[in-house]
Write a protein of this length. Sequence first.
Length: 243
Amino acid sequence: MDPLTAAAASGLQSRMDSMDILANNLANTGTSGFKADREFYSTYLAPEIANGVDSTVGEAPVVQRQWTDFAQGTLLSTGNATDLALSGSGFFAVNGPNGVLYTRNGSFRFSPQGTLVTSEGYPVRLTGGQTLQTQSTSPLQVQPDGEISQDGNVLGQLELAGFNDPSKLDKFAGAYFQSSSAATAATGAQVYQGKLESSNAAPAEAAARMVTLLRHFEMLQHAVKIGAEMNRQAIQEVARVGS
């Protein structure tokens, strides 16, 4: 493959990877607490080139890795007593299907058994790993430090998890994360009752980036066509000279 076509083909693949990331961000613009993914571009140098075996092909652009943007989302009032939002760094801890999960999505509710759970039914954790259970229908009162009371009785305190390096968290699904390392207490987080944190994937920004990616894609497709035409003409010229 000639250098022009190889570079353009690699560019097309990297733009497709970026489009997949962007599409997931757009799909979750309405997911409370969702943190957008971004891409980090780099170039790939084949071993043959690095060893000086083949110098006809240059470096190829690739999406080396994707990273999560943990920027704070806007806090939106809902008026629902079981909707909770975090300001500052930290996560709610919940019992997922295969272990503890962490999320900024505080859209909680009570299960029929009286357990405070997420929209997916994951029990919300209190400090010490306990879960909140009550049979009373009275509204909860939640303090900024996560202490929960009902009818004047303290039911427990939310487990607010913090991480020294949130970039080491792995996305589980939607607005959930999982970690192979133990979490610490999120000392800088404050809980706001009756509010939800919006997704930090801005629809307007995502739409603008999608237009840019589509334009890049079109230009790279044109470059591939030019490379194919050049190769065709070169083959025809060699055949004409040799005849």
